[in-house]
Design a protein around this ligand. Sequence first.
Ligand code: SF4
Ligand code: SF4
Length: 112
Amino acid sequence: MEKLISCCGLDCVTCDARIATLADDDVLRAQTAEKWKVQFSPDIVPEMINCTGCREAGVKFAHCSQCEIRNCVHSKGYETCADCAELESCSIVGNVHQFVPEALGNLKSLIA
Ligand code: SF4
Ligand code: SF4
């Protein structure tokens, strides 16, 4: 399956928020909000689960539109962190790669 690599390297194709948005699936929105409440922030509610993908046109999940990594990438005129010389030393994106190492692999695959 084709990947949609976000600024930090996550694959938006596999993200439940994007899947729920494209299918307009309120059950998956509710399930995703419950999961993300525990993983990310207790203030997440099903109505926030709307996102077409980090680098796609359209609605963004609230936390993604305020994302420090996404804002950094845009401020430097890059497509993703793969365009940045600091990719492997950056502590900002390193916080994601520490927990999701495949995101770093996704970015490296863009450099080849
Ligand atoms: S940008 Fe949107 S689709 Fe991509 S990982 Fe974040 S919430 Fe999911
Ligand atoms: S400084 Fe860090 S967050 Fe910003 S573009 Fe470079 S690797 Fe990404």
